[in-house]
Design a protein around this ligand. Structure first.
Ligand SMILES: Cc1ncc(COP(=O)(O)O)c(C=O)c1O
Length: 405
């Protein structure tokens, strides 16, 4: 039976997420999954989080009520304090909005900035969830092919110039994942950060700095956020509790200039009125009790060990010359370059052998929605190292190597 009513242009544009489709296969019994970008549930701070449930007895009537769209005040306070070192200043409450996941930041800011047909500059490769959301809004994508240091400044300059000359106006937004990017694991190099901001400023393009992985550095020195380098001007910085605490809380935030945050808040009013106050209150309690910093230390060490296990297993098993990668210093991912390989074909073979990953094509916009030259995702694969156990990592890499040979 076909649905007999006319759908909106945006509903007609929506395609099922290729990732969600692949997940069905990764759920088979015995399958080792490097596919989802999932934290390790074995290390969720269940007992510490549960302590906060006491807030329901203490403040139940307030916590069970509708809340402010801007966010639950005690959580906003905790966030403003905790974020100060990374942002280089303490944001005023009017410069921050709590959101339902950082996925919602992309959506809300997209709605504030994007009209159908507008161009967004993205890294190639980039986070498919952002492509999906921005695509729903009718965005087209200008891609900056990245290397181990993120966006090369000259390539970004070319893309911005080309947009201006071909579209007659600059792009509407630069979307960048500056730390341990999904999927590449790369960090935007320190010397590129001010240069990227300088280009954005000169072309009059705002930047969305999406940073859910920045706290998960287990090697090397933290790099300054674009937000801090810009003194807060022209940059919206998004963070999330999903990777550092638990994605089930669905609590994230955006920080930016008060005017743009005000617009985001107005759009959010029409989307969900407010993020779950219960969830925000439990998260605020967790932070107030000092658990977050302790937990961060624990997960950094935990994920460092898993990344080392995957690095060693890949080096020991993959046929020489058939795969190249750069070991990540944090985050969740290994990004393999597989010369002369179509990772979709490899995916099917790997799944037959009981290991799943994500083929590269998911991380690049389609040619039809790309402004300028598209990038072919076929010779790439993303492996998530945080979800599988160390034994599964070793066995999964062995199965992957068998599929690759
Ligand atoms: C770069 C990036 N941004 C945003 C998200 C969405 O995270 P959440 O909505 O759970 O905060 C993810 C999740 O994988 C991500 O990798």
């Amino acid at each position: 039976v076909t649905f007999p009513y006319a759908l909106s242009g945006s509903a007609l544009r929506i395609r099922p997420s290729p990732i969600r489709e692949l997940f069905a296969m990764t759920r088979r019994p015995g399958m080792i999954s490097f596919a989802g970008g999932w934290p390790d549930p074995a290390i969720f701070p269940v007992a510490e989080f549960a302590e906060g449930v006491e807030v329901l007895s203490r403040l139940g009537p307030e916590v069970l009520q509708y809340g402010a769209t801007e966010g639950y005040a005690p959580l906003v306070e905790e966030l403003c304090r905790w974020l100060t070192p990374r942002l280089g200043r303490t944001p005023a409450p009017a410069e921050l909005v709590v959101t339902t996941g950082s996925q919602q930041v992309v959506d809300l800011l997209g709605r504030v900035l994007i009209d159908p047909g507008d161009v967004v500059v993205v890294e190639a490769p980039t986070y498919p969830g952002a492509l999906h959301t921005l695509r729903n809004l009718g965005a087209r994508f200008a891609v900056v092919p990245c290397d181990g240091g993120g966006m090369p400044v000259d390539r970004l300059a070319e893309v911005l110039e080309r947009c201006r000359s071909e579209q007659g106006r600059p792009p509407k937004l630069i979307y960048t994942i500056v730390n341990f990017a999904n999927p590449s694991g790369a960090c935007l190099a320190a010397d590129r950060r001010p240069a990227v901001l300088d280009l954005a400023r000169r072309h009059g393009v705002p930047v969305l700095e999406d940073d859910p992985y920045g706290e998960l550095r287990f090697r090397g020195e933290a790099l300054p956020s674009l937000y801090s380098l810009a003194g807060g001007e022209g940059v919206v910085w998004a963070g999330s509790f999903s990777k550092v605490l638990a994605p089930g809380v669905r609590v994230a935030w955006a920080v930016g200039e008060a005017e743009i945050i005000r617009s985001v808040v107005l759009v959010k009013q029409g989307v969900d009125l407010c993020t779950s106050v219960v969830s925000q209150a439990l998260t605020a309690e967790y932070c107030r009790r000092g658990h977050l910093e302790r937990h961060l230390g624990k997960i950094r060490a935990h994920y460092a060990a898993k990344a080392a296990a995957m690095s060693a297993a890949l080096a020991a098993t993959l046929p020489p010359g058939r795969a190249a990668w750069q070991d990540p210093d944090g985050g969740f991912f290994f990004w393999l370059r597989l010369p002369e390989c179509d990772s979709r074909v490899l995916f099917r073979r790997a799944v037959e052998r009981g290991v799943a990953f994500l083929p590269g094509a998911a991380f690049f916009p389609d040619p039809a929605e790309t402004v300028g030259a598209p990038v072919d995702g076929a010779p790439f694969a993303r492996l998530c190292f945080t979800f599988a156990t160390p034994d599964e990592i070793v066995e999964g890499c062995r199965r992957l190597a068998a599929a690759l040979s």
